[in-house]
Design a binder for this molecule. Structure first.
Ligand SMILES: [Zn+2]
Length: 128
């Protein structure tokens, strides 16, 4: 919580966009999803993977019951995302947490070669 708060405050120094963004998210996505996404950020559950030569990226988010979910651009491998896929903005707590981590520039990145990066995209290998 402390680190997240610090980066929020740091971002606020550069303007009030973060605050406005959070308020907008609260309205658009609902406070429950936002609270859970912030909880994921606080628990340090997000790892960003970047392939060194192609510069592709994906994210792994460790969710409930130690299940790892794959987030790529506007996609998450969780059931919640699939259930919301008919909405204009399909969003789950994992995807929102990833967006917040990008916006707040928190979390870690692991750089990989392209062939190992491919393994990170394989949903079947995530929780084995
Ligand atoms: Zn998800």
């Amino acid at each position: 919580m402390h680190e997240l708060l610090e980066s929020l405050i740091e971002s606020l120094k550069g303007g009030i966009d973060v605050l406005n963004d959070l308020l907008a998210l609260d309205v658009l996505i609902g406070p429950e999803t936002l609270d859970r996404a912030i909880g994921l950020l606080e628990a340090d559950t997000i790892t960003r993977f970047e392939s060194q030569s192609s510069k592709r990226e994906c994210f792994h988010v460790k969710g409930d019951h130690h299940t790892t979910y794959l987030c790529v651009e506007d996609f998450c491998s969780c059931h919640g995302f699939a259930a919301r896929s008919d909405r204009i903005i399909p969003m789950c707590k994992h995807l929102l947490a990833v967006q917040l981590s990008i916006g707040l520039q928190v979390g870690r990145t692991v750089f990989l070669s392209d062939d190992i990066f491919g393994d990170m995209l394989d949903v079947n290998k995530l929780n084995n």
